[in-house]
Design a protein around this ligand. Structure first.
Ligand SMILES: *Cc1c(COP(=O)(O)O)cnc(C)c1O
Length: 305
């Protein structure tokens, strides 16, 4: 049977209806890898939380198992999301697993090949809209009509599921790290980690968030977000933790991305390296650091060329 689904492991810390049938593909329980080479370069004790090891290849699965489990328990027939890729791939897979329809509204162009293939393969209905904002507005309309459950990170169950990564880190290290670095796109994941460490109650790491210096035009498609949905809460979480938001340009993101591949053997998608790029730009000194590597490199094979 392997490891238990996170919705079962952390049932007492998730707001799911009692007795809900858990929709799982075996998400969570991802590796926390020691990264001595890059750690030495930074002068820190570095660990990588490898979220590409989730079933559809990104941390989105942590939130999706919880959101889709509750949607099914509530009698939903279909889910909808607006997505540039990983949310779509995850929503489509969990919907298929639950026997629900999935509608994916994607912005024109700029969707990585692997992610689109993932959504299509499991039978999602994929439609294109001219912008992310238009796609999201239409997804919200479908939700308001009551025909579809919205599974973007505006659905609070997504962040509830994603917070479990913080639980796993504390379990494995025996305490929170001093620094947690991660990419900052919409900011949902940042808020989820703050929530998770907060609930653990053993102290908050300094949150170091790598955001694309050129948000609308970055090569890192998963964080190509002009207006972060969770900007206010994310900013507050970073400030309260004593951390920082670090703008990183594409060259710095790609350098960190290549470093992860060549020095640690970890092939992630470019966006996933933004947390490391932030650490390289502003090394935290002699500290225990966890850097979240958010998604798998196979999703965006064209980036290698
Ligand atoms: C969604 C995603 C991000 C950004 O996460 P936010 O919660 O939007 O900040 C970063 N990397 C990958 C691989 C993602 O799929």
């Amino acid at each position: 049977m392997g490891l238990r689904p996170l919705a079962e492991r952390y049932a007492d810390r998730l707001p799911l209806s009692r007795g809900a049938a858990i929709v799982s593909l075996g998400e969570g329980s991802t590796p926390l890898l020691s990264a001595p080479r890059i750690g030495a370069r930074l002068g820190t004790e570095l660990f990588l939380k490898w979220e590409g090891a989730n079933p559809t290849g990104s941390f989105k699965d942590r939130g999706m198992t919880v959101a889709v489990t509750q949607a099914l328990a509530d009698g939903a027939r279909a889910v909808v999301c607006a997505s540039t890729g990983n949310t779509a791939a995850s929503a489509a897979a969990y919907a298929a697993r639950a026997g629900l329809d999935a509608v994916i509204l994607q912005p024109e162009g700029a969707v990585a090949r692997g992610k689109l293939a993932q959504a299509r393969a499991v039978g999602a209905k994929v439609e294109t809209r001219s912008s992310f904002e238009e796609a999201l507005a239409e997804a919200q309309e479908l939700e308001a009509r009551g025909t579809h459950v919205l599974v973007n990170s505006l659905n609070p169950l997504r962040l509830q599921g994603q917070k479990t990564a913080a639980f796993e880190i504390v379990e494995e290290l025996g305490a929170p790290p001093e620094v947690l670095a991660l990419p900052y796109g919409g900011g949902g994941n940042l808020c989820a980690y703050a929530l998770g460490f907060g609930e653990e109650g053993a102290g908050m790491p300094r949150l170091v968030a790598g955001e694309a210096a050129n948000r609308p035009g970055t090569v890192a498609s998963a964080i190509r977000i002009s207006e972060p949905a969770h900007a206010e809460a994310a900013q507050r979480a970073v400030e309260e933790s004593g951390g920082s938001v670090v703008p990183v340009d594409d060259a710095a993101i790609l350098e960190a991305w290549e470093l992860l591949a060549r020095e640690e053997g970890l092939f992630c998608e470019p966006s996933s390296a933004a947390g490391l790029a932030a650490l390289l730009a502003d090394p935290p000194g002699d500290a225990r650091v966890v850097c979240v590597i958010t998604g798998h490199g196979l999703k965006d094979p064209d980036a290698v060329a």
